[in-house]
Design a protein around this ligand. Sequence first.
Ligand SMILES: Cc1cc2nc3c(=O)[nH]c(=O)nc-3n(C[C@H](O)[C@H](O)[C@H](O)COP(=O)(O)O)c2cc1C
Length: 187
Amino acid sequence: MTTNEPSTHVTATIVYESMFGATRRVAEAIAAGIRSAAHVDLLAVHEAAALDPADLLIVGAPTHAHALSRPQTRADAANWVEKPASHLRLEPDFDGDGVREWLPTAPIPVRGFAAFDTRADMPRLFTGSAAAGIDKRLRKRGAVPLADYRSFLVDKDSALLPGQLDEAEQWGRLLGARLLESDATRT
Ligand SMILES: Cc1cc2nc3c(=O)[nH]c(=O)nc-3n(C[C@H](O)[C@H](O)[C@H](O)COP(=O)(O)O)c2cc1C
């Protein structure tokens, strides 16, 4: 086996919510980064019912009204698309439950979890963070963080800033390395 081949038994599940595609693209880049270390399942939150626990669970969502989205903020987001100057497109199945509604049923991972969000390029104090809410809820349910939660930044039109996808892939590699480290201590 070469070192570039994924370990056959280590698994990672990435669950994301996305209205306009930015958080999905970040999730895809994280998946690309982690693939040399683990088998990855990448799922939109509406596809993530009744999952088996993976070794690593990564959960991501857009920051809405300083926190995880709610039905009203998702409806507001859908309205943004209708504005005359908008270049935004809605993701498929955007109007189902979001990560906030899904987290109480999330499968608690065997090794650890990591949370991320997308948010505006301003100090965290002004923007809030969906990832902080994910992190808090998963810890409350007994899951162990494998890394600090992480934000990826968008501009005022909800487009990812340059370099964010590279950073996301790099973060995926870091998570993969930590997962393999923690797997090496498996008893
Ligand atoms: C209704 C609504 C409220 C938002 N509130 C915030 C906010 O409080 N802080 C922030 O940083 N970004 C906020 N944003 C911007 C979103 O974070 C941005 O649209 C998102 O990161 C894009 O990700 P997506 O394409 O995956 O939906 C808001 C967006 C919408 C639609």
